[in-house]
Write a protein that binds this ligand. Structure first.
Ligand code: SF4
Length: 363
């Protein structure tokens, strides 16, 4: 079950962090009785592709894999119980020090501050860090059958929620049998208290959100510092957690640098401790920067540039491009952000700019 808080009385629940959730009152945040979750469960059992799970079904169309398929594999593991609240995807309050170009005020307090500074709301405001913190639903969640907890955000390192939840699991004697997943943007190290709780868990997987390297990372994950992020990742490598996974949000803005980013990660991983498993995954961006926002002209140009047989990421890109029928709305999105930040996407993402010029969609 995925839970995010909006205000003191209202939360959003979903089967996982990728699915489209549904708002409900706090008293309906219940894995066993929530009507929305019950409906999705029945549809899944009947083999129906619920519209709320479209992200996974679409991804499976392109790659044959998704969060949905990996979850099914996870629950098939021998010894895994099959009923009750086994997994909690906990969305911390929308506190974040980054304003990634793929994100919005819904997940980031820095984004919200920027919207407010420019008196221009690019995404409707439905919660803030303060309104989410006012919700104490966590105190009512029953962790008796818990097997895995995954923290996403916002930036979980900046929230008190992980310490609070892991302390609770420790106190009820569950932490040692719980698998913990932890998403982070890499800009800040977890506190000593959080690290010590993580080290008591059954296993820990840290997911780093990395969509590019060097100055391109800094443009995409503005205003984070690439040297700081790489230093922090190296420090976390020394903590001997079970798995470190680079997750790349793949959109039109970074298709030209995805392979370079993956190569950087593989090189870093080759120096990592042998007790830690390293991997990387991709998630398709939705919204103005999605690959399928490419117009027909840009799509034709990009098809000339990407050979699907050369790498698995190229295969993702080409498959996603096949469904593109957009109007290049990504251009106006980047221009609006550039105006606010005194940046220029044409310099920050030169290969995308060259492709757009060759396609005749920008001058
Ligand atoms: S780090 Fe995550 S929450 Fe923060 S702005 Fe980026 S995508 Fe949004």
């Amino acid at each position: 079950m995925y839970v995010e808080r909006r205000d003191a009385e209202t939360a959003v629940v979903a089967p996982c962090c990728a699915a489209q959730g549904q708002p409900c009152s706090n008293d309906q945040v219940n894995f066993d009785t929530n009507p929305f979750l019950l409906r999705l469960r029945q549809e899944n059992l009947a083999g129906i592709a619920s519209k709320e799970c479209a992200v996974c079904w679409q991804q499976e169309l392109h790659t044959g894999r998704s969060l949905r398929t990996s979850s099914l594999e996870f629950y098939k593991q021998p010894g895994t119980q099959r009923s009750g609240l086994l997994n909690l995807d906990w969305n911390v309050e929308p506190i974040c020090n980054a304003k990634c170009i793929i994100c919005s005020n819904y997940h980031s307090s820095a984004w919200l501050a920027e919207d407010q500074k420019f008196s221009e709301v690019l995404f409707p405001i439905s919660r803030s860090a303060a309104t989410a913190r006012a919700n104490d639903i966590i105190d009512n969640i029953n962790f008796d059958s818990i097997y895995r907890v995954y923290f996403n955000g916002g930036e979980p390192v900046l929230s008190q929620d992980p310490v609070k939840i892991l302390t609770k699991l420790d106190q009820i004697g569950k932490l040692e049998s719980t698998t913990v997943g932890f998403n982070m943007n890499g800009s800040c190290m977890p506190s000593a208290e959080l690290i010590s709780l993580l080290q008591k868990a059954r296993s820990v997987t840290v997911y780093f959100s990395i969509d590019g390297v060097g100055s391109q990372f800094e443009y995409i994950r503005y205003p984070l510092s690439w040297p700081t992020v790489t230093e922090n990742i190296k420090k976390i490598m020394q903590l001997n957690f079970n798995s470190l996974i680079m997750t790349t949000a793949l959109g039109i803005h970074n298709i030209h640098i995805a392979q370079q980013t993956e190569d950087w990660w593989l090189e870093l991983a080759s120096h990592g401790p042998s007790c830690t498993e390293f991997a990387n995954t991709y998630q398709l961006v939705v919204g103005p920067l999605s690959i399928d926002s490419a117009s027909e002209r840009l799509k034709q140009q990009l098809h000339q540039e990407f050979d699907s047989t050369k790498s698995s990421v190229n295969q993702w890109i080409v498959n996603s491009l096949n469904g593109a029928s957009g109007t290049d709305q990504w251009i106006s999105w980047l221009q609006r952000l550039d105006q606010r930040r005194s940046l220029d996407w044409r310099q920050a993402l030169p290969k995308l700019y060259q492709a757009a010029v060759a396609a005749g969609v920008v001058k």
